[in-house]
Design a protein around this ligand. Structure first.
Ligand SMILES: [Zn+2]
Length: 250
């Protein structure tokens, strides 16, 4: 399904706390300004979206509206409802999805052109201190990557992101796996994401990590999962990975 680190590695590019202006006046001065001029009537959340014409709003299970855009949004939205939405609704609680400011680029031309990553999420903070996330997905049927990227967004919204990007990525890989059904976990390529850094049998490592977390954490308590995984991460294979020098941040 993915090549080496297809999801995980690009998350290095997280634009943590990049500030973009939230007011129309200010956003006009950004690179989105010229486009915004003719599009601003179409903005669904004023100033928070990357302005584009082709945005659809759809409801998650808690009636929370998220925005999905693509170049052929009418044709793609059916597939989004079929292949992505059920995963998001299943993997997260109503509370987690509430208050979420989110835009999903689906499918993302940029990612398709790169041919490297299945998904990317970036985190933003407006000048009004409002947090929001942008997720890009390359593959239309890739609900598994959608869960991983959405988990980044939920963690950001709830202030659960940790400073160490590699550890954050490893924990997110592990946690997104724990939020999937056992059947879906089997669909993930063993070397996907940060599991590629695990030495030895990566499939076995995944299986053992699932068992370790199952034994130590209450999987039904989704909101407590991040902190429980944090507590138990050193007992897992993915918690002990060594990051190759070229990927180290400093
Ligand atoms: Zn990630």
């Amino acid at each position: 399904m993915y090549d080496f680190g297809e999801r995980g590695i690009d998350d290095f590019g997280h634009t943590h706390k990049k500030i973009i202006p939230a007011s129309r006046k200010l956003i006009r001065k950004t690179k989105y300004g010229p486009r915004l001029k003719k599009l601003e009537r179409k903005l669904d959340v004023q100033g928070y979206d990357i302005p584009r014409q082709d945005i659809k709003c759809l409801k998650l299970k808690n009636e929370k509206i998220i925005r999905v855009g693509s170049d052929d949004v009418d044709a793609n939205i059916k597939e989004f409802r079929r292949s992505i939405l059920p995963y998001l609704n299943k993997a997260f609680t109503k509370e987690e999805l509430a208050g979420m400011e989110l835009y999903i680029e689906y499918p993302s031309k940029r990612l398709i052109a790169k041919k490297k990553f299945g998904g990317v999420s970036s985190e933003w903070l407006s000048d009004k201190k409002k947090k929001f996330s942008i997720i890009e997905l390359a593959h239309k049927k890739d609900g598994l990557t959608a869960v991983h990227e959405m988990l980044h967004a939920v963690k950001y919204k709830d202030g659960r992101v940790i400073k160490n990007v590699h550890l954050d990525e490893a924990e997110t890989d592990l946690e997104s796996m724990m939020r999937l059904s056992p059947k879906d976990v089997k669909k993930i390529d063993c070397d996907d994401g940060y599991y590629d850094f695990v030495k030895g049998n990566k499939c076995k490592a995944r299986r053992e990590d699932v068992e370790t977390i199952k034994k130590n954490c209450d999987l039904r308590d989704k909101e407590g999962l991040t902190s429980c995984i944090k507590k138990n991460i050193k007992k897992t294979h993915i918690g002990k990975i060594k990051i190759p020098r070229k990927y180290r941040m400093h």
